[in-house]
Design a protein around this ligand. Sequence first.
Ligand SMILES: Nc1ncnc2c1ncn2[C@@H]1O[C@H](COP(=O)(O)OP(=O)(O)OP(=O)(O)O)[C@@H](O)[C@H]1O
Length: 770
Amino acid sequence: MQPIVTYKERCRTCYSCVRTCPVKAIKVDGGYAEIIDERCIGCGNCLNCQQKAKVVVDRMVKAQELLTSGDPVVAVLGCSFPAFFHTCTPGQLVSGLKSLGFREVHEGAHGARLIAPLYREAIAVTDRPLIASHCPAVVDLVERHYPKLLPNLLPAVSPMVAMGRFIKETLGTDTKVVYLSTCIAAKFEIQSPELQSAVDVVMTYGEIDLFFRRRGINPATLAESGFDGIEPAHGRMFTLHGGPFRAMEIPTDFLDTETVTAEGETHVLDTVRDLVAGRITPRYVDLRFCDGGCIDGPAKNRDLTHLYKRNLIIKYNSSVIPYRTAPHYASAPPPANLRRSFSDKSKKLPSPKPEDIRRILHSTAKFSQSDELNCRACGYATCREHAVAVFQRFADTGMCLPYNLRKMEEDRGILLQKYELISRELSKQLGEEMIIGDDRKVAQVAELIRQVAPTPTTVLIQGETGTGKELTARAIHRLSSRADKPLVTVNCTTLTDSLLESELFGHKKGAFTGAIADRKGLFEAANGGTIFLDEIGDITPKLQAELLRLLDVGEVRPVGGTTVKKVDVRLIAATNKNLEQGVREGWFRDDLFYRLNVFTIHLPPLRERMDSIPVLVQHFLEKASKKLNKRLTGMEERAITAMRHYPWPGNIREMQNIIERAAVLSHDGVVRLENLPSVFRETHDAHAGSQPGSRRASFKAEKETRLSPLERNLILRYLQEAGGNVSKAARLADLPRRSFYRLLEKHGISVQRDRRLTSAASEPGAGVIK
Ligand SMILES: Nc1ncnc2c1ncn2[C@@H]1O[C@H](COP(=O)(O)OP(=O)(O)OP(=O)(O)O)[C@@H](O)[C@H]1O
């Protein structure tokens, strides 16, 4: 089993392991990131996964099995142990390990002394730069990724393997050796067939600590025992920066270019690349993959700083360490063979051709250099590196975050547009086509519609939100000679600017990222019929110019296209903005305004059409009855009175929504005041209170009634400014989100994001235009 395993179900594909793996030994496939064993060098960087999806396999069970097997088991403490177990003395630690069942305890630093002669010899006679082979991650790095440097690896085993051989050759081969360390690569090292039998188990200090705790052993409370092996003297310096020179007595000095020492991923990789390129030619290179050396290996003590740990080692080195060297070691010869060889374990990967890279980049909408953001969100340093990994099947294109975000945004716009079309279609089926009203102003509107409908004239409909602008546009189309041709409606605020332009006019393949084929626009789709552009006051100046051109010459030019197409489309535009003011303030083109303003219909707000309230109530009750499949016979007088006195900031849509909601709540088929949002009860009470002879409402009730509409208007305004996004609206209003939601509920306002502000309410009654 590999020493590091992946828990698929914990992987959240954040790609942090891809990002931190120095040799890109991580493959993202099937929604999780797993280690590619042949490429892995065991550095342990991927263990920093916050989800704990990559973990070191716990060797405690294996160690326990050895300890209970009856065979002698020897513990060897790696040189960095004083920087981990700093709350007890070395002698107490030895006692603790013996309580666990270890027969002997050794200092692994002696291993450095064992291999030192080989190092000195090789360095003295070498004709090429020699790379130290004591760090297993460095050995794996060369064997798996830089095989050109195989002849440069110093042909000696690591101190750990030297210790294992020394102990087994002295005590006999039935002896088991457990090595304790901060190193994860050592766990990989002992799996190599050539070295396997030297050490049986590698455990981290953390695992041993857990072992102590599980067995209720606290070494700090134990009496001291002495180490059983051979005292390593300055071999203990091995773990410190530059320590191997001292531990193995390799002569060097500060400015000596004959020897180089490097620690940490960046420096090690740079040095290796320099060696491969022949940029440096020292005699000996001492490399350790972990930044900070062995005391800062992946299983280090994370509570202590590097300098503090370094001081612990130095202090340890100058203290008197209890030793009771067992007699069988005093005269033991060094192991017979401390040499080793290395092999090429690299795997040749397929190299993509330029067109392969281009194809992969195109598939994530990267058509030019500027599209390559190199944001590293996928874990690769550049978009091209990612593309290479995709080609080599280590990565997939779904890892590109900017592309995904953009695509989501576009999909959202398209879905919103579809949603609008479907909900309009649904409304039509529910018989929403009628313009209802029983007042003078709606009668005037109806007359204007009848007059303009049969002509080809462009119409501009102005009115507050929810006053029936779209309904009016539909009526004009229905009464025109184009009624049998399409009516295409577009809400100019639902799509991003660039997407809206391509939706309206179409685009040519390659016009922008994501334009993978030619596409017709909505003007072409509406050819022969009518296009209704809702919220025209929100379009950008660029789009205003295109629209003006279209109205002037009757031609559309697709985005990215050079040719134009004739279209015959009648335009009806609507806005709740004051376009004249827009012209004065410069955000709306005057020439487009005059082009649109040929025939304008102003829709009065509901508060100016109070006479229509009863017929509208009736109309919406009938609609709700159909939609909810519920018998509704009417609305009680108190509720109608409240409706008459309510200021209706959301106009007829608000009324429609409120009646539908009340219809849901009604128990007996009659909509009662209690079924309406509380603000209506307050409106009713305030009104009743102001009637002669009626009992005066309390100050609190009256205050609430008068302020409530104001509060409601404010909420609607914030929502409108936030495009229907409640969190944003709450932020604008400087209110906690929860409070904002409470206000929405109080006023019966329901929100559909990016649709427009709809509040929980209504519409009218007697058909004026059918
Ligand atoms: N006079 C009316 N008679 C019947 N229903 C109406 C009337 N006016 C509006 N409605 C209904 O109110 C709702 C909102 O109408 P519409 O979408 O036409 O308003 P709008 O002014 O276009 O809104 P917005 O400014 O938010 O785009 C629709 O369900 C519509 O059917």
